[in-house]
Design a protein around this ligand. Sequence first.
Ligand code: FAD
Length: 513
Amino acid sequence: MSSSKIPCTLVWLRRDLRLIDNPALFHAAKRGQLITVYIFDEDCSGKRRTGQACLWWLYHSLKSLRNQLSQWNIPLIVKSGKDAFTILKKLLDRYNADAIYWNRCYEPFEYNRDYSIEKRFVARKIKVETYQDRVLYEPWKVKNGKGQPFQLFPCYWNQCLSLPQPRKPYDKPKFTVHNQGCVEYKYDDAGVWQLLASIADNDTSTRLQDFWHPGEEGAIQKLKRFMKNSLKVYSEKRDCIWLDATSNLSPYLHFGEISPFTIWHTACFMRHSTTRSISVPLHCTKRYLTELGWREFTCHLLFHYPDLPEKSFKSNFHQLKLEIDEEKLHAWQNGSTGYPIVDAGMRQLSQAGFMPNRVRMIVASFLIMHLLIPWQKGEEWFWNRLVDADLAQSVCNWQWIAGCGPDVAPYFRMFNPVIQGEKFDAEGYYVRKWIPEIAKLPNSYVQKPWEAPPTMLKIANITLGKTYPRPIVEHKVARELALATYSQLKRKREPPSNKNKKRKRAKKEKLKD
Ligand SMILES: Cc1cc2nc3c(=O)[nH]c(=O)nc-3n(C[C@H](O)[C@H](O)[C@H](O)COP(=O)(O)OP(=O)(O)OC[C@H]3O[C@@H](n4cnc5c(N)ncnc54)[C@H](O)[C@@H]3O)c2cc1C
């Protein structure tokens, strides 16, 4: 119990597992003593269950933050359960805390839950402070001329850019009051840690540690490396999939180990830096900030259209009944479609929990268009394996590729996996890295082994159908089938003549009114 009159604040940590630019921690630290809590909801009542790769990340991220906070004797208590209000209330009582602070989350389930918790605490005269976090522009603040949410990215982003610049990041909190001796903490969360550790410990997880370093320190390292080496060529090189020229910050952003404000202002600083060696061309900074803009936009869409995870946004897609070819789905999942660029991507996903954006687009398009498998099947597979699996970004991107989302790629835009491979991995570095069995093929065949002459295959130690699969579908045939399938959708829409008639009738009725 608190032995002094110094106020004690409970900080509820969620997807903000960091010290730098953490407004809730910053303000709470100014008040006096503080304790922090993370609530792990294994059943995820009301929302999507956390994927396997993300569970591994979460466990390590919490461990890392707990270590950081322990330097000031600030406890990070991890609780598990569905009823966040009761858990928080018990902690407030137990530690005699008179205030609770948190940073806002924007997924519809989280937003509604937090709103009701806030109301219940306020009614009990507990001080509640919540802060903008996770997004540069809160979803309800960006509206079109009619006061409605945007559905098209360019209009949305132009509107955002016309608003005042995102706020400057907060410094690390100054923990002025030494917690030691003020509050007697009793950690009784060993069970939850054990639970988290056991969930996080599986085959996939052991592989992930070769690629990632979860936690705030890992995020800062990635940011520095990117800003120093890659931002200046981002625009030109971001699609060179073998080069690792993007920031790789998406998992850190998802868990809030770095804030979008820190990234935004670091990129702007690099742009205006007077040191010639680090000055960055305007178009690269703009391009990078636009990618952050896409992240904002997906959050905006999910907030305003909460059905997106379950339903295609375009209602004519609801009639699309596709039969799933399990064998082909299996080949896609395991990286054995016979198309090297697709297989390399899917193998990277299994090994590293990640894929560059370009490859995500290629493999997603292949599943939906070449194999005619619903986007939801692909999204589900990604969800469990990506270290950056994020509801808004995941469903919006999948719907975009499927052509059924609000801001969409046209349904007839179908990636040719060979051309994509030759364009974005011309030297074959990427496919050779993830598919060593075809590594000895020359560049001219590495994206299409089935066209290599038999002698060349022999020299490269490849027996098609045995050491590496033949293509499971032929591109031309798949393309025609996909176009036929999707053009039916178009035809099923209301014929334009009917639409015109309706519009005229509506106009007349309006005039009559
Ligand atoms: C089918 C599909 C599924 C995807 N699922 C996810 C997901 O679950 N989680 C996720 O974070 N991203 C997802 N993306 C978006 C994108 O692929 C990743 O954000 C990006 O590859 C992460 O790499 P990076 O951090 O190096 O990106 P950078 O190129 O360095 O971009 C910086 C940041 O901008 C944001 N960003 C970049 N591209 C996009 C985009 N297309 N949409 C939204 N935000 C973007 C990310 O937060 C990223 O970290 C998906 C894309 C596709 C096509």
